[in-house]
Design a protein around this ligand. Structure first.
Ligand code: C5P
Length: 220
């Protein structure tokens, strides 16, 4: 078939992952969660006792890290060195350290290379989401979307996602502080040239999926 790479970027709590996964299902496409790769490298470094401030060590660890992840929208799993870390990479300790890996340029270069390989391996039928997919990983994707939401909507969704057990301060730390750190190396707050913005603040899940599919059908 014709290539259909759908690149979706957006901040934390924008609903990117669940929306992208569902869009992939409906398009009978593969799904790539690039954030899971940054999280897996972070966990790998933490377990290996690597100083996350040491960019040379983090880059070397990223190159060495044996990471596998599902590209099926119907099966979510991530493995590091053959061990299942699907849940472990979502722990708050990983969330609060992941920006250290994301701001290490050598680590990014390695992960971008792997992500481009995974997109090629999908037969170019894939929904890939993250922070730099529309700009760096797949700037020539058939469809490029920036999925945004107001700060209020993002905090609300993250609160629900984490089960409502976190304090407002913890939530803010995980959403706002992390985005601020990530923004120092990737611009996912503004749409690059040719990227369509979807603001999901006032849309429910199904409406947001429909908005994404509408862009796909309009551009392909
Ligand atoms: O999407 P998620 O919140 O799981 O991403 C985790 C972290 O991975 C982000 O906070 C960011 O530091 C990093 N990331 C990135 N570039 C991507 C995807 C994720 O820097 N394409």
């Amino acid at each position: 078939g014709k290539p259909l790479v759908v690149a979706i970027d957006g901040p934390s709590g924008s609903g990117k992952s669940s929306i992208s996964r569902e869009a992939a299902r409906r398009l009978h496409a593969a799904y790539l969660d690039t954030g899971a790769m940054y999280r897996a490298v972070t966990l790998y470094c933490m377990e290996a006792g690597i100083d996350l401030e040491d960019s040379v060590a983090v880059e070397a660890a990223t190159r060495n890290a044996d990471i596998e992840l599902s590209t099926s929208p119907d099966a979510e799993w991530v493995r590091v060195s053959g061990r299942d870390v699907t849940d472990a990479i979502r722990e708050p300790s990983v969330s609060s350290s992941v920006s250290a890996v994301a701001t290490t340029l050598g680590a990014r270069a390695e992960l971008v290379r792997r992500q481009q390989q995974m997109i090629a391996d999908s037969g170019l039928r894939i929904v890939a989401e993250g922070r730099d997919i529309t700009t760096v990983v797949a700037p020539h994707a058939e469809v490029r979307i920036l999925l945004t939401a107001s700060e209020e909507a993002r905090l609300r969704r993250r609160g629900v996602q984490l089960g409502g057990t976190q304090s407002a301060a913890q939530l803010k730390e995980q959403v706002i502080t992390r985005d601020a750190k990530d923004s120092t190396v990737v611009n996912f707050q503004q749409a690059a040239d040719g990227v369509v913005t979807i603001d999901s603040s006032d849309l429910d899940f199904e409406e947001t999926v429909q908005a994404v599919l509408k862009v796909v059908y309009a551009t392909t």
